[in-house]
Design a protein around this ligand. Structure first.
Ligand code: NAD
Length: 434
């Protein structure tokens, strides 16, 4: 009956090649979704359901600043789709946070959880603020008031946040504590990416970078490229970029360039990643790092290298610069680093792109492990976490690759096809509640 309902709706699909605004991440997501939906011959009703976020919450966050003045920030939480399980997705503190960005990131989380087949839906949240200009006290007050503002959606069975850009273990601890105070007892499964001392999982902090390393190795093996001495350029040197760089270096790759918001450095002889991490720990950013030649973030993307790992923000590889990319493999550590318009340019050049919803799924996979451990009250060793992460990611890579070969599509389209078919299967089984 529900299936019939879904099939009898009619819809005019937008032109699959339209790029209304290349910089709009929600558009970028939708163009990819449309391509995959068409190849899957998704029924019109299902197409409509999956193109719309389930819930969008916008809250004003009044906060007493250290100066004694009240500032009002805007906070957003979007639950894109929860058909497969509780909503899962990070919280971003950044001046560029917008509803369209959060919607796109929430949709990506939905597809990402489905690609690696973990029983979560997708969500994302953000607060428009500049955390680098705020004191610890101000950050804590923003976090707690934002948490209180979205408290109705939160819960281990409904909506489980995690860290994202400019948020970390400490922010997750404050969110978990605020939620626990509201419900009157300790609920550690309400956030993931928490400090290990309060129920965080061993291996979670490194999980996204570790997943990137695993995916790059799978791609190298598939393409028959030797790992020893293969060159890597990494944009973004935070949680994902620095750990991916460290782990790739440990595997024998040569990291020739790194960057952060202050700019980058290139050294063809190889950058000592642990030394650079130590520098950032001491100085907060890479600014002033002396063991390489200065390079801009734009130039880093066009370096002659085997692997390019964008691990900062979205929209860095676009129709304007994609033709200049020289890397053979792009591993999308960041969410949405490549615009939809750039996809076909990279395809034409023969660049093997490991799409974000696969490449950076290590984080949410170990978040899932953390949630499972919290709920079971039984904690795993780091070795077990890493082994299970490897199993899931290597299998997912193989599934996506197989689909891409069967349908003669790139890895991104194949990953979307796999994800959309999994989400739509559950929708069909559940039917439409009326
Ligand atoms: P982070 O805050 O730890 O690090 C971000 C890094 O990017 C910093 O080095 C920052 O200086 C740099 N950066 C910011 N703006 C930049 C710019 N304009 N140019 C170059 N570098 C810039 O964040 P993170 O957790 O490492 O997240 C990075 C990306 O990975 C984001 O797209 C995020 O959504 C994605 N991601 C993160 C996780 C996770 O577990 N942390 C999981 C999946 C995806």
């Amino acid at each position: 009956m529900a299936d019939l309902l879904l099939r009898t709706n009619s819809i005019v699909r937008p032109d699959k090649d339209r790029f209304l605004n290349e910089e709009n991440p929600f558009e970028a997501m939708m163009v990819r979704f449309d391509r995959a939906a068409e190849l899957l011959d998704l029924e019109p009703g299902m197409y409509k359901v999956l193109r719309n976020p389930e819930k969008q919450i916008i809250v004003s966050i009044p906060v007493m600043m250290d100066s004694g003045e009240v500032e009002v920030f805007t906070g957003i939480r979007v639950l894109y789709n929860t058909s497969r399980g509780p909503a899962k997705g990070g919280i971003r503190f950044d001046m560029n946070v917008s509803l369209d960005e959060v919607k796109a990131l929430a949709a990506w989380m939905t597809w990402k959880c489905a690609v690696v087949n973990i029983p979560f839906g997708g969500a994302k949240g953000g607060v428009i603020c500049d955390p680098l200009k705020m004191s610890i006290g101000e950050l804590e007050r923003v976090t707690r008031r934002y948490t209180a503002g979205i408290i109705q959606t939160l819960g281990p069975d409904s909506d489980v946040p995690a860290p994202d850009v400019n948020t970390n273990e400490r922010v997750m601890a404050w969110m978990m504590d605020t939620y626990s105070m509201h419900v009157g007892h300790t609920v550690n499964a309400v956030t993931t990416g928490k400090p290990v001392a309060m129920g965080g999982s061993l291996g979670r902090r490194e999980a996204t970078g570790r997943g990137c390393m695993l995916m790059v190795k799978e791609a190298m093996a598939h393409l028959g490229m030797p790992v020893k001495g293969a060159t890597v350029a990494v944009q973004g040197f935070g949680n994902v970029g620095s750990i991916a760089a460290e782990l790739l270096q440990a595997e024998g790759f040569k990291i020739i360039a790194i960057s952060d918001r202050t700019g980058g450095f290139v050294n063809r002889k190889g950058i000592d990643v642990l030394d650079a991490i130590k520098y950032v720990n001491e100085h907060k950013t890479l600014e002033g790092y002396s063991k390489g030649d200065a390079i801009s973030n734009d130039a880093l993307l066009l370096l002659d290298c085997d692997v390019l790992l964008p691990a900062a923000l979205e929209n860095v590889i676009t129709t304007k610069n994609a033709s200049g990319v020289k890397a053979k493999i792009i591993c999308e550590g960041a969410n949405g680093p490549t615009t939809a318009g750039a996809d076909s340019i990279l395809d034409d050049k023969g660049v093997f792109v490991i799409p974000d919803i696969l490449a950076n799924s290590g984080g949410v996979t170990v978040s899932y492990f953390e949630w499972v451990q919290n709920r079971g009250g039984y904690y795993w060793t780091e070795q077990v976490v890493n082994e299970r992460l490897k199993d899931i990611m290597v299998n997912s890579f193989a599934e996506v690759l197989k689909l891409s070969q069967q349908h003669k599509v790139n890895m991104r389209t194949a990953a979307y096809m796999l994800a959309i078919s999994r989400v739509s299967t559950v929708h069909r089984l559940r039917g439409i509640y009326a």
